[in-house]
Design a protein around this ligand. Structure first.
Ligand SMILES: *Cc1c(COP(=O)(O)O)cnc(C)c1O
Length: 807
């Protein structure tokens, strides 16, 4: 891409940076200084490209998208940017010639962990895809001082440490104090009915939002997306207080403001009803909407055309307050009438739903909401009144009105606000979008059917294949030529090699190399020697009961006990690998981690089992660790109870790296199954309708106690694993009162799971067949690219065009 950036030029630039900024020659520079110098060089290239991209966009008066999300799980940026800029190779060569290890430099970069899991990672992949396609899509989020906690396992128990990502991460952020805005909390609203209806917000506390910009380069083009992260402070006011001599008050106010952007809430798929969380949400949206309007006005001088030139995406309900915030600005600051303001709002916002689980659906108590956001509360009330009126007119059914109301029984329902105001509502896989339409939001989809669409999630094939598995990527390029990096559906043509033994052998060889690399890491971090010829069976994702790591763990325990009983039984060696963070307050999830660690301890120290079975829990699962594990995986465990996982993206990343999905008919597994055909996937367990029927007719987990495998497992949990009793886990499955036990039907699916695991082992024995399955998975993974998802968002929802001809 960048013709001028050859190895020699890069070497020269690195040396200049080292000299200018650190006053050292390369031979005396530390790795850290090399890292910082490299980032500076990348940043300079990005700034230049960004400037051109924006000016090309302005010249065309092209419509923009702003993607609002409380989480962006970026991971590391250096290698990604070098790759996308097309200078990874010359850069690596330059570093080598300066006698340093580029992988050591890459490893120095902390993950930017401003997200919990799938939701935040999706947002990060989307910015990458949008830039790579040349679409003008920018992200907004919060510059959390502390991202997702670092996980340390101590005696099997998860402990949380603060994530000090800014040391080493801040080099990617450019502060723009000149574009800071003020966000107002608390206080009262005065209504003034003079000549004009005038609203005044008094006694508020103001917080200053300072933007920090992170640039994300497109691949093989000159587009650059911007991720604007807001940091909270109160510099505004303390100057005045300082001058009045109120030193302590000034410092206190500053500290109170700064807590807002202090820490990411570490729960995934679970609503945290804390008032600080509500402040974070409003802080993000108020700052972002003000910024969007400022940018728009700087070019168009009117906001009448806002919805023609801007689409704002609300990713999950967390940024839903952007809706009343835009109303506030139009009504209170620009004197729009309600109807005109509402027309603009309803043509501007689109919403993606990411979960159907009740504990994740956001509702806020009216009281908290009213106290913290008095003006926004009034506007939500008015939106609700008008909406309720409208649905009553449509259906004449007051029961239905109360079900669809935004405010009901003292609570504000954020999803209802989103569906009411947004012109588009999408789910994230076919099955999930169906569940939304026919069950969770059925009332809405019956009255407003055209709002509801599906866009299946995607992932960046460039990060998750090209960068993290360069050997596989290189081999694919050898076989089918380049082009699949930007058009991953071309990988379909790998199918012509499905019966080519040489190709299949070569794929196995690459997998083996990646397994050895992971085995080294496991040895170093966990002091466990794993058998590189065993099946690497991987379950990596947030720890959540619905994801059923427990099902996997119980099955391992059963395998072990059977192997102990009968050491000569027919058994193909396995290495089970887990990675998962639990929300710090989620006790059962932490217990399940502890169970996995206890199982691992008992098995791994048992000499009689030796090479046959090992269990590894890798701590601090995060993007950079995923990049190491996924290329080495052979079985991809996607075993959530049908109807609970909205899509999953881990399943897609593992697929493109040749792992075989062993999973339920849930989320995107259903589409993976369609894509590869049932011979190339291992599907088991209850289907969504069967889950529904069981729930309707009464699910009695104790019925499964008749299964000898299950009864012995329950006894085993009570009597202890590696000396620790897990009575509480057993109780959660069979002990509780009717309707409370085993909410995710682990026992109902256990036998089916055990059988499909047996099937997996038997298929693995046939190496040719297994490698062929693997090839088919790689070949069929193209449809899950984030590029495809972003094309769909652009065409179906945002109605935006690519910015071409950027020089
Ligand atoms: C992809 C990814 C996830 C999402 O995994 P799922 O299996 O889809 O839940 C979570 N965390 C990290 C670090 C990821 O890279």
């Amino acid at each position: 891409m960048e013709a001028s950036m050859n190895k020699e030029v890069i070497k020269r630039r690195i040396c200049t940076k080292l000299n200018h900024h650190f006053g050292v020659p390369p031979e005396n520079a530390t790795l850290e200084q090399f890292y910082r110098a490299s980032v500076m060089i990348v940043q300079e290239m990005l700034i230049e490209r960004r400037r051109k991209f924006v000016s090309a966009q302005r010249e065309k008066e092209a419509k923009s998208v702003y993607y609002l999300c409380m989480e962006f799980l970026i991971g590391r940026s250096l290698r990604n940017n070098l790759f996308n800029l097309g200078i990874l190779e010359p850069f690596e060569d330059a570093i080598k010639e300066l006698n340093h290890s580029f992988s050591a430099i890459f490893d120095l970069e902390p993950d930017s962990g401003l997200g919990n899991g799938g939701l935040g990672r999706l947002a990060a992949c989307f910015l990458d895809a949008a830039a790579s396609l040349g679409y003008p899509v920018d992200g907004y989020s919060i510059r959390y001082e502390f991202g997702i906690f670092r996980q340390k396992i101590i005696d099997g128990w998860q402990t949380e440490l603060p994530d000090l990502w800014l040391h080493g991460g801040e080099v990617w952020l450019t502060p723009r104090a000149d574009e800071a805005v003020t966000v107002k909390f608390d206080g009262q609203v005065m209504e003034n009915w003079g000549d004009e209806h005038h609203i005044e917000h008094i006694n508020y506390k103001s917080v200053l939002a300072i933007p920090y910009d992170m640039m994300i380069s497109g691949y093989d083009n000159t587009s650059v997306s911007l991720l604007r992260l807001w940091s909270a402070t109160n510099l505004n006011f303390d100057i005045k207080l300082f001058n009045q001599g109120n030193y302590m008050d000034a410092v206190e106010q500053k500290a109170m403001a700064e807590v807002i952007s202090n820490v990411l809430y570490p729960s995934d798929n679970h609503m945290e009803g804390k008032s600080l969380r509500l402040r974070q949400q409003y802080f993000l949206v108020s700052a972002s909407i003000q910024d969007i309007i400022r940018k728009h006005l700087s070019y168009y001088e009117t906001i009448d055309n806002l919805s023609d030139k801007v689409a704002i995406h609300i990713n999950e309900t967390h940024p839903a307050l952007a809706i009343p915030e835009l109303m506030r600005i139009l009504l209170d600051e620009w004197n729009y009438g309600w109807e005109d303001a509402w027309t603009t709002v309803t043509k501007t916002f689109a919403y993606t739903n990411h979960t159907v689980m009740s504990e994740a659906l956001e509702v806020w108590p009216e009281e908290i909401f009213k106290r913290i956001l008095p003006r926004i509360y009034q506007l939500v009330q008015e939106i609700n009144n008008r909406f309720c009126h409208k649905i009553y007119e449509m259906c004449n059914d007051s029961m239905r009105v109360s079900q669809m109301a935004i405010i009901n029984c003292g609570q504000i329902h954020m999803a209802n606000l989103c569906i009411c105001a947004c012109f588009s509502v999408n789910g994230v896989s076919k099955i999930h979008s169906n569940i939304i339409k026919t069950s969770l939001f059925r009332n809405f989809s019956e009255l407003f059917p055209s709002k509801f669409i599906n866009i299946t999630n995607g992932f960046s094939n460039r990060r998750w294949l090209c960068q993290s598995n360069p050997n596989l990527c290189g081999y694919i390029a050898e076989l089918i030529g380049p082009g699949f990096e930007t058009n991953p559906k071309e990988m379909q043509s790998l199918l012509k090699y499905a019966d080519n033994q040489d190709v299949l052998m070569k794929l196995a060889e690459i997998k083996k190399y990646n397994k050895l690399r992971l085995a080294d890491y496991i040895k170093e971090t966990n002091q466990i020697i794993v058998n590189p010829d065993s099946i690497f069976d991987v379950q990596i994702k947030r720890l959540h009961e619905y994801k059923r790591q427990l099902l996997n763990a119980l099955h391992i325990l059963l395998l072990y006990d059977k192997l102990k009983e009968n050491p000569n039984m027919d058994f193909y060696p396995r290495t089970f690998i887990f990675g998962a963070k639990a929300a710090p307050g989620y006790h059962m999830a932490k217990q399940i981690i502890r169970l996995i660690c206890s199982i691992a301890n008992e098995i791994n120290k048992d000499k009689s089992i030796s090479d046959k079975l090992k269990v590894v829990f890798l701590e601090d699962y995060r993007v950079s660790l995923a990049e190491l594990i996924i290329p080495a995986a052979e079985i991809s465990e996607q075993i959530s109870l049908a109807g609970t996982e909205a899509s999953g993206t881990g399943n897609m990343k593992l697929m493109i790296n040749g792992a075989i999905t062993l999973g339920t008919m849930d989320g995107a597994n259903v589409e993976i199954s369609e894509a590869v055909g049932e011979d190339n996937i291992l599907i088991f367990g209850l289907r969504t309708n069967e889950v529904e029927d069981l729930k309707k007719n009464g699910y009695y987990p104790s019925n499964y106690y008749n299964d000898p495998n299950i009864s012995r497992l329950m006894e085993r949990l009570k009597s202890g694993v590696d000396g620790v009793s897990f009575q509480d886990i057993a109780n959660s499955l069979i002990g509780g009162q009717y309707g409370n036990s085993d909410p995710y039907m682990v026992l109902a699916d256990f036998e089916a799971y055990r059988k499909i695991q047996e099937e997996a082992a038997s298929r693995y024995r046939d190496k040719i067949r297994w490698n062929k399955m693997s090839l088919v998975n790689i070949a069929a993974s193209g449809r899950f690219s984030a590029d495809r998802a972003i094309e769909e968002y652009s065409d179906w929802i945002w109605k935006i065009n690519k910015i071409k001809d950027v020089k």
